[in-house]
Every structure is written in structure tokens, then in C-alpha cells.
Design a protein around this ligand. Structure first.
Ligand SMILES: [Zn+2]
Ligand SMILES: [Zn+2]
Length: 341
């Protein structure tokens, strides 16, 4: 089988033997795997989670056909189109007992600890896959991380019905989060802060209030929309958290959904006390979040195919990574079609 391998600054396609399917696992023939910003961090050399080491076999946004299920407890059957949750929790710690998968103390991550989906075949715990029959595989793949992560961040943002939300940074993850927010509550008022004019146009066409550039974004959006119930930061920009705080109403919530390579700066502390602001981190998602977004997509309330701007076969993985890195105008998400010739 073919699989991608990444080391610092280098991605290669290799061939090797097919993996076994241990008890409790399922073997999936990969149809599509999304290129996530994390894959680019992996390529450039990032601090891996404990227990993971370079070289890695990347790809964690996967949809494919279940070929074999070994054992009981699976939520998928052979022949299903499955979407794989990118995290495998231990199932025994107190976080796992509460159903908070992503807070597990000994998580395994697909595409970091274990071989990922830029490959012909993936083997992953059968309990961490959900059926998504009827969906187009490239679109279904993006539910695994982008949409489910957005769903978790929205849960933490706790926007009231008909309330208001601003997303800072509307690349793949931000775009998916805005779409999930609207699917969950068509009356929610949405705003976004983006860098490029192409992104601004794309979001304005969806009826989203857009401001280009972080500097002065809070002031401009406050003028047009008033203060917001919640702000979610997916921009990774050092100035974003403080700009987000300046947008919040009293009692509002700032959700930090991306790593910033700098000390966290939030602005004056007096506002946090006097306005009872809350700041919370959001990390990936739980299986419940994935189930919820698959349901939304199957009900046609969410259309992840709208986020697929480019597709490449597995043989062109390097080109796909370059495209995701350079993000020419119009780029939302790049999907690798692993079964394509
Ligand atoms: Zn990802
Ligand atoms: Zn656990």
C-alpha cells in the first residue's frame, strides 16, 4: 500500500505492507483525506504530543469504506462509508467516563501517534468511526476535524438563541464553524475577521458581516453590529485574543481555538472582572460532536462540499500541501482523493 511519511520539511510517498487489524479495530480503504493546517505544522516540524515521534504518517480528516471490522462494539459495518474521529481516548480515565474524549489524559492522535489517512488503508479503533453513508467522501472527510472541531468550539461559546458570534480567522476551520453555527441556529448573527478580499467576498455572499484585518476589527464590528455574545479565535494571530475581548458584551465568552506562538495577551484585566468575561480553550472535539455534524450534513442543513475548493490525487500530495500552504485566492480546503488514479 501507499502511505505518506513526513519528517522536518519533507513529505514523501512510500509503499509498504498492509497493516494488520487488531481486535477492536477496523480497516478502512481511504477515499478522501483533508489537508489540515496541522499537517502543515507537522511538515515544518512541530512539538508532537507526548508519545509521538518523527517521522509521522500524517492525515487525520478521513472518509473511507470499511473493509473489515475485528470484534464487537463498532458503530460501523463492512461496506459503510465511515468518517474517522481523529482522537482515540483511553476509555478508562475520569475525562473518558464523562464523555469528554478530547480531555483524556492518554489520547492517541490519528496521523501523529498512529498512521494516518494520506494512504490507501488506515486501521483505527472501530468505536471511533461513524457511518456517513450517502455523503460525498471528500465532503464527509471535512466533518471529521473542521466541522466537529467547530461544533465543539460552538458548544463552549454557548451563544444564546438568536445571539451573535464573531469568528476571527475564517480559513478552513473558521468557515466550517460559521456554517455549523448557522445550521444549528439560522437566526444567529454572524461576523468574521479575515485577511484576504477573496475570503471576505465568499463570506459576505453568505450574509456574514466581514471585517478585513485584525487591527481595528473590534471597533468597526461594534459600530455595525454592537457587542457580541461570543468570539472564537482560529486566527493564530498574537493580537487576536485582545481584539476578541474588545468585541464582547458583558458576560461574553472568548474561545481560544488555535495556538498562538506568543504569550497570551488579553488586554486590561478590569474588564474581565467588571464585565464578568470568560475565556476558554477549545481542543478538537468529542465523538458526540462528530455525530452531530454528520447528522446535520445528512439532513442537508450543513453542506461541507461547499468548503472543498481543491482536490488532488494521493500521487500529488506534495502539490496538495503546497496549495494548502500558499492558499491562493479562493482556497478554502484542499482534499486528497486517495482512491483516484
Ligand atoms: Zn486538523
Ligand atoms: Zn481517557
Amino acid at each position: 500500500m501507499r502511505y505518506a511519511e513526513m519528517d522536518f520539511g519533507e513529505a514523501r510517498l512510500r509503499t509498504g505492507p498492509e497493516p494488520d487489524t487488531p481486535h477492536g479495530f477496523a480497516r478502512v480503504r481511504v477515499l478522501a483525506c483533508g489537508v489540515c493546517a496541522t499537517d502543515l505544522h507537522l511538515l515544518h516540524g512541530m512539538v508532537l504530543p507526548r508519545g509521538a515521534t518523527y517521522p509521522v504518517r500524517p492525515g487525520h480528516e478521513i472518509a473511507g469504506v470499511v473493509e473489515h471490522v475485528n470484534g464487537d462494539g463498532a458503530r460501523v459495518s463492512e461496506g459503510d462509508l465511515a468518517v474517522l474521529h481523529p482522537l482515540a481516548p483511553c476509555g478508562r480515565c475520569s475525562a473518558c467516563e464523562r464523555g469528554e474524549d478530547q480531555r483524556c489524559e492518554s489520547l492517541r492522535t490519528l496521523g501523529m501517534h498512529d498512521p494516518g489517512g494520506f494512504a490507501d488503508i488506515v486501521v483505527w479503533p472501530a468505536s471511533r468511526m461513524l457511518p456517513a453513508n450517502g455523503l460525498e467522501p471528500g465532503a464527509a472527510a471535512l466533518l471529521a476535524d473542521a466541522a466537529a472541531t467547530g461544533h465543539n468550539a460552538l458548544k463552549l461559546a454557548a451563544v444564546p438563541p438568536g445571539g451573535s458570534l464573531c469568528v476571527l480567522g475564517a480559513g478552513g476551520l473558521g468557515t466550517a464553524t460559521l456554517a455549523v453555527a448557522r445550521a444549528l441556529d439560522p437566526r444567529v448573527r454572524l461576523a468574521a475577521v479575515v485577511r484576504s478580499e477573496a475570503s471576505a467576498e465568499r463570506l459576505r455572499a453568505l450574509g456574514i458581516e466581514v471585517h478585513r484585518g485584525l487591527v481595528g476589527a473590534a471597533r468597526a464590528l461594534r459600530r455595525n453590529l454592537g457587542r457580541m455574545d461570543a468570539v472564537i479565535d482560529f486566527s493564530g494571530q498574537p493580537g487576536a485574543p485582545a481584539e476578541g475581548v474588545a468585541l464582547l458584551r458583558r458576560g461574553g465568552r472568548l474561545v481560544l481555538g488555535s495556538v498562538v506562538d506568543a504569550e497570551l495577551t488579553l488586554g486590561a484585566s478590569s474588564a474581565f472582572m467588571a464585565h464578568e468575561l470568560q475565556v476558554v480553550g477549545a481542543y478538537v472535539s468529542s465523538l458526540h460532536d462528530l455525530a452531530a455534524v454528520i447528522e446535520l450534513a445528512r439532513d442537508r442543513r450543513l453542506d461541507p462540499s461547499a468548503w472543498v475548493s481543491h482536490r488532488r490525487p494521493l500521487e500529488e500530495l506534495e502539490g496538495a500541501l503546497e496549495l494548502a500552504e500558499n492558499r491562493p485566492p479562493g482556497t478554502v480546503r484542499v482534499v486528497v482523493d486517495c482512491a483516484a488514479e
